[in-house]
Design a binder for this molecule. Structure first.
Ligand code: PGA
Length: 248
């Protein structure tokens, strides 16, 4: 089955509002007729400006995190409703940097997923194993746990979300997974998805690869049948490299 493809830039803690506007304005004509959907996950403070600049263009703005509660006394946090109101249409949840540095566990991530879905934010759920886990042959065990726990309680017929496979050892290291390794994992993830969502529905869910995606490796990754796009960190900060990835 043919699925919609996505290239999602994850800016992490880079770019001010005015830098985001400049980027979106320069990128827009370059990606106007690109085949993949073009998404940018920008810092909270840049969402409104970036979303305003992206209006009427083939670029969708989103966030990199969200809190699991609707509202409340959570100093420094941001709700799904606030993100929507600022112009975000999607949100990355469960990125390995959030899991590792900010100690987010699967049940917290799951509550965020449900809260985002309830507020009509498209979820990009990240999963990925560490190098140590891979060496210990625990990749499948780790990924199925992250995926099952992360998506607990999502209705069987709800397929309007994205999964991103990001092996931790490939993020920001310059060492991307080979297309073969990524394809093997993606097809495994689809099997896990089909247990919760039925085979037909699992076939509709895009699975993106992330971790050192560059203009040089995007085509070979995209040739794989279960790779539906990429989540791009470092190479999404530069117009030239991001454009090359989108228009690979
Ligand atoms: P990278 O990051 O492309 O710089 O490896 C990917 C990510 O963290 O989403």
């Amino acid at each position: 089955m043919s699925r919609q493809s996505y290239i999602i830039g994850n800016w992490k803690m880079y770019k001010t509002g005015s830098e985001a506007v400049q980027f979106v304005t320069e990128l827009a004509p370059l990606v106007a007729s690109s085949n993949p959907h073009v998404y940018l996950a920008v810092p909270f403070s840049s969402i409104y400006q970036a979303a305003t600049a992206a209006e009427k263009h083939h670029i969708v703005i989103g966030a990199q995190n969200v809190h699991d509660e609707k509202e409340g006394a959570f100093t420094g946090e941001i709700s799904a409703l606030m993100l929507k109101d600022a112009g975000a249409e999607f949100v990355i949840i469960g990125h390995s940097e959030r899991r590792k540095i900010f100690k987010e566990d699967d049940s917290f991530i799951n509550r965020k997923v449900l809260q985002a879905m309830k507020n009509d934010l498209k979820v990009v759920l990240c999963v990925g194993e560490t190098l140590e886990e891979r060496k210990q042959h625990k990749t499948e065990e780790v990924l199925s746990k992250q995926l099952e726990k992360g998506l607990k309680g999502v209705p069987k017929d709800y397929t309007d979300f994205i999964v991103a496979y990001e092996p931790v050892w490939a993020i920001g290291t310059g060492i991307a997974a080979t297309p073969e390794i990524a394809q093997e994992v993606h097809s495994f993830l689809r099997v896990i998805l089909s247990e919760q969502f039925s085979k037909n529905n699992a076939a509709k869910i895009p699975i993106l690869y992330g971790g050192s995606v560059k203009p040089e490796n995007i085509s070979s990754l995209m040739e794989q049948s279960d790779i539906d796009g990429a989540l791009v960190g470092g190479a999404s900060l530069n117009i030239e490299s991001f454009n090359k990835i989108v228009n690979f």
